[in-house]
Write a protein that binds this ligand. Structure first.
Ligand code: GLN
Length: 304
């Protein structure tokens, strides 16, 4: 498969959509990002790497971090985790409050904000310094010590994170946050503010594509069965209320973030990361989704 020429075709075909949408503005630090950037990187399990555009520019991974924190929480808690959250698609926005109230403080799944806040609470119960361990985990997965978080983005989000604070308070009311709310929010915002580029993100997702091998990075271990389940959750819940659309158009387990990044995997084949800051109304990257739709169409390599 000539992935380089496929990437060039994709780059050409997405141009008519390049000025649609805008970057996330509800986090002031993200509103300052140049929206006209596009990067994509593929790593295959056979060791081939293909990149194009701004694949080496780091960006805010935002909700993609929820995959990594879930991996850590599953390592620590195993199946117990599901007493505190579900694993059904939410069909609502990523920061929905109403659903959480209807469902008495049990988040629908770990990849929406409510679920990730409970996950952060779980991590706090297991580690003295989860911020440091989270970074070490990501550095080991991405194979570089250069992965850091951007304190300016974390503070910027904290300064106007009223919805997340409301979700955390509701969770606390229902007894589903056990620790201190401010401590949970601090960890959550820090994890969202990690910066990676497409090359690093695709590398970090490769173990999920290698689903027949047990997972072990920086002391975080998952069985092959747990990797299968993580991929299932990414497939059904990775794109909030657009999970069905992403399955239909792209057909890969993956996760998006409001920084404009999307990471996805094809089991036994590859991991791919794409980034472009302009978002659609659901908070997913317009060019990112377009590029991945073209990629799985041109290669006929998806899970379907
Ligand atoms: N940090 C963002 C928030 O909590 C993450 C949301 C996202 O990427 N969908 O609002």
């Amino acid at each position: 498969m000539n992935y380089t020429s496929i990437f060039e075709t994709i780059h050409h075909e997405i141009q008519p959509f390049a000025h649609l949408g805008q970057q996330a503005t509800y986090i002031p630090a993200l509103a300052r990002v140049n929206p006209n950037q596009f990067g994509i990187c593929l790593h295959t399990l056979e060791g081939e790497t293909v990149a194009l555009g701004d694949a080496d520019v780091r960006f805010s991974i935002q909700s993609i971090s929820k995959v990594f924190s879930l991996a850590m929480a599953l390592h620590f808690e195993g199946e117990n985790l599901w007493t505190r959250m579900g694993r059904e698609p939410s069909g609502t926005t990523f920061n929905s409050l109403v659903q959480l109230e209807y469902e008495h403080g049990i988040p629908r799944n770990p990849l929406i904000n409510a679920g990730a806040l409970v996950t952060a609470d779980v991590l706090l119960a297991h580690m003295d310094n989860p911020e440091e361990y989270f970074l070490e985990f990501l550095r080991t997965l991405a194979g570089t010590q250069e992965v850091c978080y951007n304190p300016e983005v974390a503070e910027s989000e904290q300064s106007c994170g009223y919805m997340n604070a409301a979700i955390a308070n509701l969770l606390k009311h229902y007894g589903n946050i056990r620790g201190d709310i401010d401590r949970v929010l601090h960890l959550y915002f820090m994890m969202c503010a990690v910066e990676m580029n497409c090359r690093e993100l695709a590398q970090a997702f490769l173990p999920f594509a290698n689903h027949q091998q047990p997972f072990g990075y920086a002391g975080i271990t998952l069985t092959t069965s747990q990797i299968k389940r993580m991929n299932a959750i990414m497939q059904t819940c990775g794109f909030y209320d657009e999970a069905g659309e992403f399955s239909y158009l792209v057909g890969l387990p993956g996760k998006s973030g409001v920084g404009g990044g999307i990471a996805a995997i094809c089991p036994s084949r590859y991991a791919i990361a794409v980034w472009s800051p302009r978002l659609n109304a659901k908070g997913n990257s317009i060019l990112g989704m377009k590029a991945l739709e073209l990629f799985t169409t041109l290669t006929a390599e998806s899970i379907f």
